[in-house]
Design a binder for this molecule. Structure first.
Ligand SMILES: [Zn+2]
Length: 72
């Protein structure tokens, strides 16, 4: 399954766009990682990477971390 995904990425570079995380704070896109949390490249906000995928944005929604997680 993973191999298939890699091949798809290799063949169609446009697929990369669908691996984005949308920052709800500054409306920028970040590269999706394996982590549940990412730091926005644009505004340095810690984002919860949700499983909610927006077809309109072609990205997963990254919500602002509400402080229910201890960073340290
Ligand atoms: Zn941001």
């Amino acid at each position: 399954m993973k191999l298939v995904m890699k091949m798809m990425k290799f063949n169609t570079l446009n697929m990369e766009k669908k691996e984005n995380v949308f920052c709800v704070k500054c409306c920028s896109f970040n590269k999706k990682t394996e982590d549940n949390y990412i730091t926005c490249n644009n505004c340095n906000t810690l984002l919860d990477v949700t499983t909610r995928y927006s077809k309109r944005l072609e990205a997963y929604l990254g919500f602002i971390n509400g402080g229910n997680r201890r960073v340290i």
